[in-house]
Design a protein around this ligand. Structure first.
Ligand code: 16G
Ligand code: MG
Length: 548
């Protein structure tokens, strides 16, 4: 069946902006703002997904409606490319242009520009799948998206309530079906089966760990994890889910979830954490995870994305070695927010190559693809491990010389299936960590011993115009405002193991200041000095920063 673009239908069904003059931008993680402002955006995203699919000869494109860890009144939407990765960056500006077109003619014009620039065959078929999280605003927004998909002539399939990583998985499965790298069965059930079967193999023969407590942020992770758990007997993985109320209004991400735990460095509401317990928290769409515990003195200890990266790199490097295929090169990708101690551990203890890239999953993902096995994690808990097609083939065809080698090969194979290689996935990353802890027979304390985090602090400074902040060197240095970096350097030099950098946020109208140093008081002082510098020299707005 071929479909042409019906411009008349597109124009006459346009959903206008609710608030005249709203400016939309496709940012680091798609469009994200107050849900009530998004109906018009959904319509345009439907059209864009259709165009993207037509451009890629009918490959299936994904659309996910979620605002992750944001408060419940927000929502958002992002596109997923055919291999399950984020929308190609060069298309982000088209998304922005379409979203801001507020009448039929300017919308048609924006569409025409894309069609011309990419020589899109408007007769080509288009296939789009979509899903959404538990936000109360989703059903309304789904209707607007469907309207956009219908007028643009896509073959659209709604997958209902899903976690973000499940949608990425489904897109990859559909597009790879019947090829030599078929990713899996394109159903929710298929996702559960793939992960649970692989996990069983990965932990076979080892004693089960104690119960893992999972804070699901009162989001979509809760019903999905409960469903997943049915595929694993209690004697393989024992889970206790907390914060699973997806029905009471106002509870999503409220005082719980990965973002809360990471930024506040404290256990979520609803937990009764005690020494000896092992906890983790997902975010609202279940694509991030952090672990934590309290030590024997009841001191809260966070095991964030950096700790997960270190654990995963260590385990995979050893497996590759034990399997006799250490021709495969492992690398780790971090951002400037990675704790200095973690970078030091990776570089000097594990001796693994580390690259640093700008914030945002798309940057990490692409850099990780440069390695045979690329481990990438943001400190905030978003990350995964990518195996190149060659690496997967090497693992699949490796011939063992000893039974021990055989076991390592089998385990490595299972690990590749436990890991969601399309995007960071809280359920899958949780299973990876549990696999490693089970095999090492480690408690969280033992995992935590790899290195001690340097005290760090993240401060938000509101300025008149954050776009004047231009960075280089993976956001670690400012180029503009001119001269500011030199002044930051002067402060940093005064503190033992001091490090600080400044960048404009991609998701909020503010500038972020990060600082770390050898002691808590030095770190706090450095964060304060640099924040004040930014406030004074670059148009600070509102109250000046204060010493914490
Ligand atoms: C987005 C990014 C996340 C990043 C964060 C930084 C994706 C899917 N998400 O949530 O990776 O850490 O933005 O926010 O890419 P910031 O620019 O406001 O500091
Ligand atoms: Mg998220």
């Amino acid at each position: 069946m071929t479909m042409t673009l019906d411009y008349n239908a597109i124009k006459s069904n346009i959903i206008p902006h609710k608030v005249e003059g709203t400016k939309y931008a496709y940012g680091t993680a798609g469009f994200r703002t107050k849900a009530e402002l998004l109906d018009s955006v959904m319509y345009k995203v439907g059209i864009l997904a259709t165009l993207r699919s037509k451009k890629l000869n009918g490959a299936t494109i994904g659309v996910m409606i979620t605002a992750s860890h944001n408060p419940e009144e927000d929502n958002g939407v992002k596109l997923v490319d055919p291999r399950g990765e984020m929308l190609e960056q060069s298309w982000e500006s088209y998304a922005t242009k379409l979203a801001n077109a507020n009448d039929g003619d300017s919308l048609a014009e924006a569409i025409d520009q894309i069609v011309t620039a990419h020589e899109i065959n408007v007769e080509a078929r288009a296939a789009v799948i979509y899903a959404y999280d538990t936000r109360p605003s989703c059903p309304e927004l789904v209707k607007c998206l469907e309207q956009g998909l219908t007028v643009s002539g896509a073959e659209a399939t709604g997958f209902g309530l899903k976690t973000t990583p499940m949608l990425h998985y489904l897109v990859r499965c559909i597009n790879s079906a019947g090829t030599s790298d078929a990713y899996g069965e394109p159903t929710e059930e298929g996702y559960y089966k793939k992960l649970s079967e692989a996990f069983k193999v990965a932990v076979s023969g080892k004693p089960r760990l104690s119960t893992l407590h999972v804070d699901c942020a009162n989001g979509v992770g809760a019903p999905k994890l409960a469903e997943f758990a049915k595929h694993l007997p209690e004697d393989v993985l024992s889970l206790k889910i907390i914060n699973d109320d997806t029905h009471t209004q106002g509870k999503l991400n409220k005082d719980c979830g990965a973002d809360f735990v990471k930024t506040r460095q404290q256990a979520p509401l609803g937990s009764e954490i005690a020494p000896g317990d092992r906890y983790c928290s997902y975010d609202g769409d279940a694509d991030r995870i952090v672990f934590y515990y309290v030590d024997s003195n009841n001191v809260f200890k966070l095991l964030d994305g950096d700790k997960i990266a270190g654990l995963a790199a260590m385990f995979i490097m050893e497996l590759v070695q034990d399997a006799g295929i250490d021709t495969l090169k492992v690398g780790v990708v971090q951002t400037a927010y990675a704790n200095g101690s973690s970078t030091n551990y990776l570089t000097n203890v594990l001796k693994v190559p580390v690259s640093c890239v700008p914030t945002g999953v798309k940057h990490l993902h692409h850099e990780a693809e440069k390695y045979d096995i690329g481990v990438y994690f943001e400190a905030n808990g978003h990350g995964t491990v990518l195996f190149s097609p060659e690496a997967l083939n090497t693992i699949k065809t490796a011939e063992a010389k000893t039974p021990a080698q055989q076991q390592s090969i089998q385990q490595l194979q299972a690990v590749t299936d436990v890991i969601n290689q399309t995007v960071g996935d809280a359920i899958s990353d949780m299973l990876l960590v549990e696999t490693i802890l089970t095999n090492r027979e480690w408690s969280p304390e033992e995992w935590d011993q790899a290195y001690t985090d340097l005290p760090n602090r993240l401060v938000k400074v509101v300025v008149a115009d954050r776009t004047i902040f231009k960075t280089t060197n993976a956001e670690r240095e400012l180029v503009e405002p001119e001269g500011l970096q030199e002044k930051i350097n002067e402060h940093v030099a005064k503190y033992s193991q001091g490090r600080s950098f400044v960048r404009a946020s991609g998701t909020e109208d503010a500038v972020r200041v990060y600082a770390e140093a050898a002691t808590r008081s030095e770190c706090d002082e450095l964060a304060y000095k640099v924040s004040l510098l930014v406030y004074n020299e670059a148009g600070g707005v509102g109250k000046p920063p204060m010493m914490p």
